[in-house]
Every structure is written in C-alpha cells, then in structure tokens.
Design a binder for this molecule. Structure first.
Ligand code: GLV
Ligand code: MG
Length: 349
C-alpha cells in the first residue's frame, strides 16, 4: 500500500504532477468515432459542436486490418481540431493490454498528441494492477515527450473479475477519471444468455402470482444491469471519480436507450456513450437534470439556507439529507448551465 504522500508524486522524473481532483467537466455523452474512416473524420468538427466528448475508438468494432489506420487517423483527427478551445473533451479507447496493438497505441498517441488528449479509456480492466501498469507507462511516456498535464484513465467494467475488483480499480491511482459499464463484453464474461449490447431482455422478468380465476398474470422486464451499475457508482463515488453507463446497441430503439440512460442517471451516473449521432440528443436530454426537479431542489436549498433543520414543501418533509440531494442536483444543473445557454435559461440561472 502506498503512503498518502507517495500517491501524488509523479511516477517518472519529469512527468506532470498527478491531479488531486479530476477537472470539472460536463461529460453527458462520450461520442464514439471510428477514426480509420476518412469520411467520418471529416465530420468530427461538426460532431464536436454537439457532443461533450469525442472519443476515437481503436478497440472493438475496428477491424484487425484497420487498427494501424485507426491509430494514425485518431492522431490526425486530434491535430486537426482544437477540442480544448471548443470546450470539448478528447478521449481515445485504446486496445487492451494483452493485444498486439496496445504498445503502439499508447506510445504513438502520447508521442504525437499527448498534450491534446484528456482521457485514455482502458478496456477489460481486471484489477488495480492494470491501472498501476498504465499509470507507470504513461508517466514514463509523458516525461519523455514533455507532456504538461497528466492523461487521465477511464476503465471499462466489462469482465466478471473487473466487477469483483471494482472498488480497488476505482481507487488505484489519482489518474483515475471514471469507470463505465461495458455490458456487451460483461455479458460474455459472465456467460449471460444474451446477444445484445446493453439494455434488457424479454426473458428476464418478474411475474405475478397465479390468480384464483386463472386470468392472465402480469409480468414485466427487469433491469439486467442494476447490480453492476449500483456497485460501480458506489466504487466511483467513494473514490471521487465519475460513473458512466456505456453503449446501447439498439440504435433503432431510442425509447429503450433513453430509459436505460435514465436509470443510470438516476442511480448516479453522469453520462453514457453515444454510438450514433441520434444518441447524442438522447444523452443530452437524459443527463441534464429536469428543469422542474431543479426548481424544486432550489426551493429546498432556499427553505434551509444553512442546510440544517426541517421544512415542509408541498407536503414533503425536507431535512439535512434532502438538502444534500438537492445540492447534488443544483450543482449538476449549474455546471451544465455554464456550458449550455438554453438549459441555463430553462433552469433560471
Ligand atoms: C463495450 O465495450 C462493451 O463491451 O459493452
Ligand atoms: Mg467491450
């Protein structure tokens, strides 16, 4: 176990000092881009005007024979647009640690655009050892290439072992930015009997007891991801990092996508991936608190200015604990309002 002071020392001579807090950023959607496709790269500046984060994907969904082109395409894309000036995050998802592309992904990207990227997303993280390795490797490369701010790490929770170690992963390094759910790989790792990328399954449900008159019994689908999201949120919050839902593969079912995103938001997640431009708007809507709820939360804060005591609002008891919930909502809305003039008006800030 490292001592508290050592935790915040650079891991290589000349590497930037680790951050005490992740920079406060609105990250309602991490928009995935396949950077080997020139046609898609050409649309990136336009996408950057809509999304909070643009991610160049190098891992799954990129064919093996396009891995080098995707890496170089990402570097080109990172150089072509000044994402920081637009207030948009630039992330990449690199190939996993045991793959033949991993070493080149990390070394080329830090060498070429180490100062331009905010976050490296690491797939199939199994335990804190994967984060320790990335932490050290990045520090050496940051020092070599004179990178000024530490590149943060975001782990995908997508193996049974990763879920078992989620608290240790979340607390493994000050480089940790957050964790997101990878429901497709996780389903395979857990031997779930599904063929989907996130969402529910018509076979996973609860059913009413039989009726005496033999009438049809109501049944309803359950959320396959509730347990994992709850563990992930707790692990992230206890370590002061962010939790995200991941991909929702049914592009043709925006209603189900919205519901899955909303469950994650209400449970404590701050954002989700968008795999298609149509999901950017869904994530924007879901991960920005509802103006009516924000208005009620502001009334709670006003009713108890110092955050203590008790108040009744519309028949609902408020106390120190609801004050804290209200503060979470209002702080989230304020952060989003600073980025989005329409929402600032809707919230009345
Ligand atoms: C994402 O990578 C997933 O496996 O769901
Ligand atoms: Mg995956």
């Amino acid at each position: 176990m490292k001592t508290p002071r050592a935790f915040f020392k650079p891991l290589a001579i000349g590497a930037p000092t680790p951050l005490r807090e992740p920079p406060p950023r609105v990250e309602r959607m991490v928009h995935f881009v396949p950077p080997h496709l020139e046609k898609v790269r050409a649309k990136v500046p336009e996408m950057a005007r809509q999304a909070d984060v643009i991610l160049g994907n190098l891992e799954d969904a990129i064919p093996a024979d396009a891995k080098d082109a995707a890496r170089e395409g990402f570097i080109e894309m990172a150089k072509a647009t000044d994402f920081a000036a637009l207030g948009v995050g630039l992330w990449t998802r690199i190939n996993c640690l045991n793959s033949p592309w991993h070493f080149d992904d990390v070394t080329r990207i830090v060498a070429e655009v180490g100062d331009r990227i905010d976050v490296m997303m690491i797939p199939k993280v199994e335990g804190p050892w994967d984060i320790h390795y990335m932490d050290q490797f990045l520090a050496i490369l940051e020092a070599r290439h004179g990178v000024k701010k530490p590149i943060m790490l975001h782990a995908i929770l997508e193996t049974a072992e990763g879920v078992a170690n989620v608290e240790a992963i979340a607390g493994a390094s000050p480089r940790m930015h957050g964790i997101c759910l990878g429901p497709a790989d996780l389903a395979a790792s857990r031997a779930m009997k599904t063929t989907r990328v996130g969402g529910g399954h018509p076979g996973y449900r609860v059913i009413e007891d039989p009726h005496v008159d033999g009438s049809p019994r109501a049944s309803v689908q359950q959320d396959l991801w509730h347990y994992t999201i709850a563990r992930m949120v707790d692990a992230c919050q206890m370590n002061g990092i962010k939790a995200f839902y991941g991909p929702f593969g049914a592009i043709d079912d925006p209603e189900a996508c919205e519901q899955q995103f909303r469950n994650a938001f209400i449970m404590g997640c701050v954002g989700a991936w968008s795999l298609h431009p149509s999901q950017i708007a869904i994530a924007k809507k879901v991960f920005s608190p509802d103006p009516g709820e924000v208005a009620f939360a502001r009334r709670i804060l006003e009713a108890m200015p110092d955050g203590t005591g008790v108040a009744m609002l519309d028949g609902k008891m408020q106390d120190d604990a609801t004050w804290k919930q209200a503060k979470v909502l209002v702080d989230c809305a304020k952060q989003i309002a600073a980025r989005d003039a329409d929402l600032a008006a809707a919230y009345g800030f």
